[in-house]
Ligand binder design. Structure first.
Ligand SMILES: Cc1cc2nc3c(=O)[nH]c(=O)nc-3n(C[C@H](O)[C@H](O)[C@H](O)COP(=O)(O)O)c2cc1C
Length: 326
């Protein structure tokens, strides 16, 4: 058992969080992670309307009596999102933990705090983590350059970002981006984090709702099979390298605008990848950590293995390296 400030704050057994994931963070996966002793997170915007989110929260409650959270990703979108209505549902339904991401959560904090919601903000820079701490979030999750999705524009990998954050932050924080096994958890704890957040690793689990061919593509993928989309637009996203993402990157590199790639990068095409298993059907999110994914376990098997391996690393491998003076 590994107990940290994050297991205490969130009321979970294992310091492992399943980050919000568009089209993936649904009741089956979130409840499986929570039942396995981690924190499962529903992704609010995967639900087309706030009322759909209400149903998904209720469905999750039927599948687990353990703590789970809801991710609220606030990013520029083509169609305006009724964020306030999603927040109303989160509060109405008595959700205790919210993961905010994308932009400053300050406008929503007073309402969350009024309802004693634990807010964990996901960000990609130490300065943003410190700002989140200043405005009153309870914890942060800090994503290194390796991560799936939005790594920000600073390109600082976890090996520097995590200890740099540990030096400055007072509140609990979890390391995110590139974590997929017990070695990663042990490393994150050694670098000063209170746990890990994982995305890619959870996409390739038995309870993940994506097509089996997508899970297999992650098992087959290497650390070289991602690409940074939208870089010239300063809205960088790490996605799977395929014909569609390469074409979109080329168009933008030649001076194209978002409108020139919109037909390629549409979220609906990414969703098609997940539902049909055609991994060339669109642009889809995945991280470098796919290189560390070699199987498709249940969440219970995965979390047990990660914690046991991390404990083994501390007890045997590392303890055995320390020489005691004669
Ligand atoms: C398929 C997929 C979809 C994602 N969608 C979101 C999202 O909607 N909001 C969000 O905050 N993060 C999203 N992420 C990022 C994850 O929550 C997490 O921060 C990231 O995956 C960590 O890096 P890793 O994949 O190396 O574990 C997504 C990740 C994946 C793999």
């Amino acid at each position: 058992m590994i107990s940290t400030r994050i297991t205490e704050l969130l009321g979970i057994e294992k310091p492992i969080v399943q980050g919000g994931m568009m089209y993936v963070g649904v009741a089956e996966l979130a409840s499986a992670v929570s039942n396995a002793g981690g924190l499962g997170i529903l992704t609010a915007l995967t639900q087309p309307t706030p009322e759909d989110l209400r149903r998904e929260i209720r469905r999750t409650r039927e599948l687990t009596d353990r703590p789970f959270g809801v991710n609220l990703t606030i990013l520029p979108t083509i169609t305006p999102v009724p964020y306030g209505d999603y927040v109303d549902v989160i509060l109405d339904e008595g959700v205790r933990i919210v993961e905010t991401a994308g932009s400053n959560p300050e406008p929503y904090l007073p309402r969350f705090k009024e309802h004693d919601v634990v807010v964990m903000h996901k960000c990609t820079a130490v300065r943003h983590a410190l700002k989140a701490e200043r405005v009153g979030v309870d914890a942060v999750s800090i994503d290194g350059f390796e991560c799936a999705g939005h790594p920000g524009e600073d390109d600082v990998p976890g090996l520097v970002l995590i200890p740099a954050a540990a030096d400055k932050l007072t509140i609990p924080f979890i390391a995110s981006g590139g974590f997929a096994d017990g070695r990663g958890l042990a490393a994150a704890l050694a670098l000063g984090a209170d746990g890990v957040n994982m995305g890619t690793r959870f996409v390739a689990t038995a309870e993940s709702p994506v097509h089996p061919l997508v899970k297999q593509a992650i098992v087959d993928g290497t650390e070289l099979d991602t690409i940074l989309a939208f870089r010239p637009l300063r809205n960088t996203a790490r996605v799977r390298r395929n014909a569609v993402s390469v074409e979109a990157v080329d168009i933008l590199a030649r001076g194209g605008e978002f409108a020139d790639v919109q037909h390629l990068v549409a979220g609906s095409r990414g969703k098609t990848v997940f539902t049909t298993g055609d991994i060339e059907a669109g642009q889809w999110t995945v991280g470098m950590s796919q290189a560390l994914v070699h199987d498709v376990p249940t969440c219970a098997e995965l979390l047990e293995r990660i914690v046991t391996d991390a404990e083994d690393i501390f007890r045997r491998r590392l303890a055995g390296l320390v020489l005691v003076a004669q």
